[in-house]
Design a protein. Structure first.
Length: 172
């Protein structure tokens, strides 16, 4: 009887450990992807985004840097598509916005592998522009969403990115 009880306790602990390991592996996707989006937002700011018109001889133009503005929609477009399942996005999903100023196409960002999370990007242009890279998901389809967010801001011509990811119910 004692052996059976010990095996039962060990099985319970092992089940909890495996479940925790699987959830942590899935949330690693969200952390990795939004970190990549933040890196791409910073790189997009460093690209010049001035008009391609020809300057008259002897004239000059200031270097123009801007953060990409909001993505037209999240990928996928509905949280139900990733609630308790994976979603395989297409290149067309990530081709929203304008190549020089808005959306995922401005970031030059996409996810090619199946994903557990819905991804969104919010950004404002200007000298004090800000951005947020966001991942939302419901891994176990229980109606409770987990949210991961990383923020950035332009300060004195440099993009500063938060050193930590804000997590809300990561183990939902």
């Amino acid at each position: 009887m004692v052996v059976v009880a010990i095996v039962g306790v060990l099985a319970t602990l092992a089940t909890y450990g495996v479940r925790k390991y699987l959830i942590n592996a899935k949330t690693a996707e969200a952390r990795n992807v939004i970190g990549h989006m933040a890196k791409d937002a910073k790189a997009a700011y460093e690209r010049e985004s001035m008009q391609s018109s020809i300057l008259p001889a002897g004239q000059s133009s200031a270097v123009v840097n801007n953060l990409c503005t909001d993505a037209a929609s999240s990928v996928p477009d509905n949280i139900a598509k990733v609630s308790g399942r994976k979603y395989q996005s297409s290149l067309a999903d990530w081709s929203t916005g304008n190549s020089s100023t808005a959306g995922f196409i401005c970031l030059r960002f996409s996810v090619n592998d199946p994903q557990y999370y819905l991804y969104d990007y919010k950004g404002t242009a200007g000298a004090n522009g800000t951005f947020s890279a966001i991942a939302r998901g419901d891994i176990d389809n229980n109606g409770t969403q987990s949210t991961f967010t990383i923020n950035g801001v332009v300060s004195q011509g440099v993009v500063l990115v938060s050193p930590t990811i804000q997590e809300d119910s990561p183990d939902e």
